[in-house]
Design a protein around this ligand. Structure first.
Ligand code: ADP
Ligand code: MG
Length: 634
């Protein structure tokens, strides 16, 4: 077969041009990381070859000793990073190096801030390490051939980092990739071997295959030169080493390698399990949520290894979706090397590893919450909403998950959630049996809801839940530590023994005395509410709406409707405050039409103060204006 060796010049995606500019400007202060990125790619390429070769040994082409070479040519002012990994076909070069295939391109650019420190972290999450070559090089040449293709399928790619690159086909005997950097004038330091060795030691020591530098020695007497290879790294899987031998820097560098992040992680969890089931894991909690945390297509999960052999990336079977932000590796001693994604789905060992790993992650978080609250606050801000999904997904660990959740409450009215359910319970009033909460569309409407009045008056703490997930959370988390969770907007107010006998009797008396008013209101609002009753939960508002004990919380109903779900509307119950002057005045209203207007205004007001939208706001405004005019004319 002959291949057209045609050379073509292609344009980069516009985004790549922007990324290049950003790279050069944002990362310049940390320019040596180009080497880490290129070594990381070479290491990934070796992993891929090793994995594909499990089912097709011929791919090694007789060369199964996988390595990474770093070569310097001082005269030509070049540094080359070469590997004998999987290599790339022409199409792969175009799609991997010429375009950004990843889904989140647009989000990436939306998220850019112009603040170089922040933006460089985004670059890491985005996985565009290859382009870091242009920080130090004004021209980059990549020559590659995919393992398994014949020699004439070699590819040469070249770019000076402007808007375009050239690509041509050529003969290449060996598989794998060589990236050659033509260093910029001012970057001569990277021609010094000691400098390169230092960078490898600093960032890439954990790479599990040898990174070598050829050294030539000339014997002037015999006029002979000998070439030998010096191995620059320890070439050992980091997770296989003993914990006490590993420095914080080494842990952090390995994180950057596996997570494609430029920022240090918040914490690592290094664990070795021995016995019937043997595996080791090195997991990380990132310091920042990836921009695609909520994207269902996003890559998630950890790398799976079997006895040090890389098997697959993003192995989502190893962790449940609510821990999808965890990065790292799990290395099993028991799984077969030819394990596939299908096998993983119904594998007992995987289930056991997953169960053990989840417990380990949750207990690490629990310790962090207890011992490093500031760190935990960062964690909760970034990942709290995802952790809450765990209450819905992972029934077995519900109590543990609930323990590490943090909420805003009326204790300090701080919108940053910092209070645990244990804190809440420790402050419960004498005689208080339930954990009270309110769900609302926003923090302010939760805070200021009329339903809160009695709780504020009595000093009973209420959880202020204003995230969408909270509606589902409280459906699944019905109790914690034997205490049931109770919505303050649902059902007849039942404060148990916190109730004041005198108050209660007063309500009962009022209920009788106001019976005619209640009946009139009910008749006027027959289309709007199920019933009308007296309450003592209000102190400053005239009325509020509550859901039936068996009904759905009004805020959940609104949420479902907004999401386009067809759900039957349930009429709320209206509760009125017998002490309120408006209610007193209403009793004296004899004009039936005006009475009806008052009733409708009360009802709409109650909705508004919960943060709900009115079906017919214009009607509300015109009714209110009529009332104001009538009052003025009095
Ligand atoms: P990432 O490594 O996060 O995917 P990079 O920009 O570093 O992003 O690399 C882009 C892609 O180019 C890689 O995913 C890989 O497919 C390909 N690539 C880069 N370097 C090599 C290499 N040495 N061998 C094979 N493929 C490579
Ligand atoms: Mg990379």
């Amino acid at each position: 077969m002959t291949v057209e060796a045609h050379k073509e010049t292609l344009g980069f995606q516009t985004e790549i041009k922007q990324i290049l500019d950003l790279m050069i400007h944002s990362l310049y202060s940390n320019k040596e990381i180009f080497l880490r990125e290129l070594i990381s790619n070479a290491s990934d390429a070796a992993d891929k070859l090793r994995f594909e070769a499990l089912s097709d040994d011929a791919l090694y082409e007789g060369d199964s000793e996988l390595k990474i070479w770093i070569e310097v040519d001082k005269a030509a002012r070049t540094v080359s990073i070469r590997d004998n990994g999987i290599g790339m076909s022409r199409e792969e070069v175009i799609s991997h190096i010429g375009t950004i295939a990843k889904s989140g391109t647009r989000e990436f650019f939306k998220n850019l801030t112009g603040d170089s420190a922040k933006d460089s972290q985004l670059i890491g999450q985005f996985g565009v390490g290859f382009y870091s070559a242009f920080i130090v090089a004004d021209k980059v040449t990549l020559v590659t051939r995919r393992a398994g293709l014949s020699a004439e399928h070699g590819v040469r790619w070249e770019s000076v980092g402007d808007g375009q690159y050239s690509i041509e086909t050529l003969e290449r005997k060996t598989h794998g990739t060589e990236v050659t950097l033509h260093l910029r004038e001012e970057e001569s330091e990277f021609l010094e071997e000691y400098r390169l060795k230092g960078i490898v030691k600093k960032y890439s020591d954990h790479i599990s295959l040898p990174i070598v530098m050829p050294t030539t020695e000339t014997d002037p007497e015999k006029n002979e030169t000998t070439v030998s290879e010096e191995v620059l790294n320890s070439a050992q899987a980091l997770w296989a080493r003993a914990k006490h031998e590993i420095t914080e820097e080494e842990y952090n560098e390995f994180y950057k390698h596996v997570a494609h992040d430029f920022e240090d992680p918040l914490a690592h969890i290094h664990n070795k399990v021995e016995g019937k089931l043997e595996y080791s894991s090195l997991l990380y909690i990132p310091a920042r949520a990836p921009f695609d945390l909520w994207d269902r297509q996003q890559r998630r999960g950890v790398k799976l290894y079997v006895r040090r052999v890389f098997i697959m990336d993003d192995s989502e079977q190893l962790l449940p979706p609510y821990l999808r932000f965890i990065r790292g590796v799990i290395d099993s001693n028991d799984l077969p090397l030819n394990v596939s994604r299908e096998i993983l789905q119904h594998n007992k060992q995987i289930e056991a590893i997953r169960g053990g790993t989840v417990k380990k992650v949750l207990s690490t978080l629990e310790n962090m919450a207890a011992n490093e609250p500031e760190k935990y606050a960062i964690f909760w801000k970034e990942f709290g909403r995802v952790i809450k999904e765990g209450v819905l997904e992972d029934h077995g660990n519900r109590e543990k998950i609930a323990k590490i959740m943090r909420f805003s409450t009326t204790h300090d009215d701080n919108p940053t959630p910092a209070i645990s359910l244990d804190d809440y319970i420790s402050r419960m009033k004498e005689g208080q049996e339930k954990i009270y909460y309110i769900t609302a569309e926003s923090f302010a409407s939760a805070q200021h809801s009329p339903h809160m009045e009695i709780f504020r008056k009595k000093g009973i703490e209420v959880l202020l839940l204003a995230e969408q997930i909270d509606e589902w959370l409280v459906m699944h988390l019905t109790e914690y530590q034997g205490k049931s969770l109770q919505s303050v907007t649902k059902g007849q107010l039942d404060l148990g023994s916190l109730e004041d006998e005198a108050e209660k009797q007063e309500v009962e008396k009022a209920q009788d005395a106001l019976k005619p008013l209640l009946d009139r209101l009910q008749a006027a609002l027959v289309d709007k509410v199920k019933s009308v009753r007296i309450t003592y939960r209000l102190t400053s508002s005239p009325a509020c709406l509550v859901a039936d004990d068996s009904g759905m919380d009004a805020s959940l109903e609104r949420l479902l409707k907004a999401a386009g779900q067809a759900i039957p509307s349930t009429k709320p119950i209206m509760e009125i405050n017998p002490q309120h002057p408006l209610i007193t005045a209403l009793q004296e209203e004899t004009d039936e039409a005006r009475f009806k207007d008052w009733a409708l205004i009360l009802c709409d007001q109650a909705l508004l103060s919960e943060g709900a939208q009115l079906d017919d706001p214009a009607a509300f405004v015109s009714r209110l204006n009529n009332m104001l005019i009538a009052m003025r004319n009095r």
